[in-house]
Design a protein around this ligand. Structure first.
Ligand code: PGA
Length: 257
């Protein structure tokens, strides 16, 4: 594949969202088996973000084979009177190595601002987790020609000063592409990812140059190869297609040469 930054190891991450009961662990086990077996030689990292209720069971059942795990959100505090919330420290203890913050569904459903997202990313660092920070424009913003400005603002305000290539992954997810089957053209993805790379490199130097930039939004087995080959796309954040091991693994296989 072509990439603006050759040495970045890609990441294919699956976000199960509010899906998955115990029976779903079989899918995670199948991913673990493939990642530890036939796909072990591929130069790609893999991660699943199950609902909080399954995290401990999944990390217990599926660890040790290279597959890693994330929470889908965290509170900014380590503990306290926050009914229904989960802290980064709790995710870490449950076996997560990362947490998704600022997903557009959290921004929309829970009115999360950039400042809230930034505090959550800082909580991830405090707990020793990688923050997967999501950004992306709505369809209205795209039609108004505001995509790059919106993404630049979200990056400036959601990504903490302490971000490094080791503790942060950026996921560009156009809101209108999530769960819709629609995707931007490879050219549009290249434009946004190129702008994100320039922005991060300006702000964080070598760390910005080496930070992983994932594309997310209707990534499927049949479009993964094209999307993952775009310059400055260092992997994918996959929603619906991560629920079935066969689909998720087909996306991981986009990195087969
Ligand atoms: P999707 O979701 O792959 O179902 O479009 C992506 C995401 O929201 O992370």
């Amino acid at each position: 594949m072509t990439s603006g930054v050759g040495k970045i190891r890609p990441l294919v991450a699956g976000n199960w969202k509010m899906n998955g009961l115990k029976a779903g662990l079989r899918e995670a086990e199948a991913v673990r088996d493939a990642v530890a077996g036939p796909l072990a030689g591929l130069a790609v990292d893999t991660l699943l973000a199950p609902p909080a209720t399954l995290l401990m069971a999944m990390t217990t059942a599926c660890s040790g084979g290279g597959l890693t795990f994330a929470g889908q959100d965290c509170h900014s505090n380590a503990s306290g009177a926050h009914t229904g919330d989960v802290s980064a420290e709790m995710l870490k203890e449950a076996g997560a190595t990362a947490v998704i913050v600022g997903h557009s569904e959290r921004r929309a459903d829970h009115a999360e601002t950039d400042a809230v997202v930034r505090a959550k990313a800082e909580a991830a660092y405090r707990a020793g987790l990688i923050a997967i920070i999501c950004v992306g424009e709505t369809i209205g913003e795209r039609k108004a020609g505001e995509t790059l400005a919106v993404v630049a603002r979200q990056l400036a305000q959601s990504v903490p000063e302490a971000a490094t290539a080791a503790n942060t992954v950026i996921a560009y997810e156009p809101v209108w592409a999530i769960g819709t089957g629609l995707t931007p053209s490879p050219g549009d993805v290249a434009e946004v990812h190129g702008a994100i790379r320039r922005d991060l490199t300006e702000r964080f130097g070598a760390n910005g140059h080496e930070m992983r930039l994932l594309y997310g939004g209707s990534v499927k087995p049949d479009n993964a190869k094209v999307l993952l080959a775009v310059d400055n796309v260092n992997g994918a954040l996959v929603g619906g297609a991560s629920l079935k091991a066969s689909d998720f693994l087909a996306i991981v296989r986009a990195y087969e040469s």
